[in-house]
Write a new protein. Structure first.
Length: 244
């Protein structure tokens, strides 16, 4: 594929050959016909190879997407098996209160994933739901301000999605390993009629706060609809999104 990107330039440069021949031997109709056939052949070759490369790239993208979702489903299946084992353990021990608490915990996880799927930004939804399949030094918890907002929450701005993912990626890149406990990054959506507030809360240790801050500031630069409330802190980031 990389070789084609080099050779296609030379392919189009060969179109100058019939042009030179026409200039050297003007007035020959067969030379004009040869030039036309030459250029048509180049165009046909270019179109065929480009279509083939496009199909290959599309196939690779689909395979990568399928592998990602298979991995995500396997992680979800593993989580559900763990949850069932814990519940069966509580049932055998007759711990009714712990059973109720754990069922409520499972219910909260289901509501969060259901709400994520309603954000209506495919890239962001895929990233958040599949986050557990990505190697990370912290856990990601996503929540919404209220059940009413969960039903009406939408996020169709691709730039905002990229900013959210970039901030999470910055935490992934610079979060230090904590052997005593697993840090948690909480992502909270607070919806209103004209504004969308997004809050990041983090309880871990950052290796390099300066580089972490630079990475996020670069992503926020030029985003007119996104503003930071207060300071840009590792422990907390408050973003305010103005709806169009």
């Amino acid at each position: 594929m990389e070789q084609w990107y080099v050779w296609r330039r030379w392919l189009w440069l060969t179109a100058f050959i019939p042009a030179i021949l026409i200039f050297v031997w003007p007035g020959h109709s067969w030379m004009n016909l040869l030039a036309l056939i030459w250029v048509a052949a180049i165009g046909a070759i270019y179109y065929y190879v480009e279509q083939k490369i496009h199909k290959q790239q599309l196939s690779l993208t689909l395979k990568s997407t399928h592998k990602q979702w298979i991995s995500t489903m396997n992680h979800h299946r593993h989580d559900w098996m763990n949850d069932l084992q814990v519940l069966f353990g509580y049932i055998r021990l007759g711990k009714q209160e712990r059973i109720t608490e754990y069922v409520e915990r499972i219910k909260g996880k289901m509501l969060a994933e259901s709400s994520i799927s309603k954000l209506e930004e495919p890239y962001l939804v895929s990233y958040l739901i599949g986050f557990r399949t990505i190697p990370s030094n912290f856990s990601l918890e996503v929540s919404f301000a209220s059940n009413e907002e969960q039903r009406s929450m939408t996020l169709e701005n691709e730039q905002v999605s990229e900013i959210i993912i970039s901030i999470i990626s910055a935490y992934r890149l610079y979060t230090d390993v904590d052997m005593s406990s697993e840090p948690i990054l909480q992502l909270r959506f607070d919806n209103s009629q004209d504004l969308l507030n997004i809050n990041f809360s983090f309880n871990g240790i950052m290796r390099n706060k300066e580089l972490w801050q630079q990475k996020i500031e670069q992503q926020l630069n030029g985003a007119r609809s996104v503003q930071i409330n207060g300071e840009l802190l590792v422990e907390q980031i408050d973003l305010q999104i103005t709806r169009a």
